[in-house]
Design a protein. Structure first.
Length: 93
């Protein structure tokens, strides 16, 4: 919980703070409770849409790659992932 409170915007964190947060989030003590995935946006995708839409699309792809559907998704930014909004609403109903 303390880690989540300290990680609000990765751009405002030092390299050391980002590395410490990554180390904590990937610590074996969280095995089975924390999952993460990585996806990227191509230069073509960014040029076609824009950097924000490409980043949101990459976030959605990374979540869909997970073997289990997450209960909660933490996003580095203030935008919700459009492709997952319907799923989140259904989960809450």
């Amino acid at each position: 919980l303390q880690l989540m409170a300290s990680v609000k915007d990765s751009k405002q964190m030092s390299i050391q703070q980002r590395e410490e947060a990554f180390k904590e989030l990937t610590d074996p003590k969280y095995k089975g409770r924390v999952a993460w995935a990585i996806a990227e946006a191509s230069v073509q995708e960014i040029s076609k849409a824009n950097i924000l839409q490409a980043a949101l699309a990459a976030m959605e792809r990374s979540i869909r790659k997970m073997s289990k559907s997450p209960d909660c998704v933490l996003v580095d930014g203030c935008n919700r992932i459009p492709g997952l909004l319907g799923q989140a609403k259904r989960h809450l109903d």
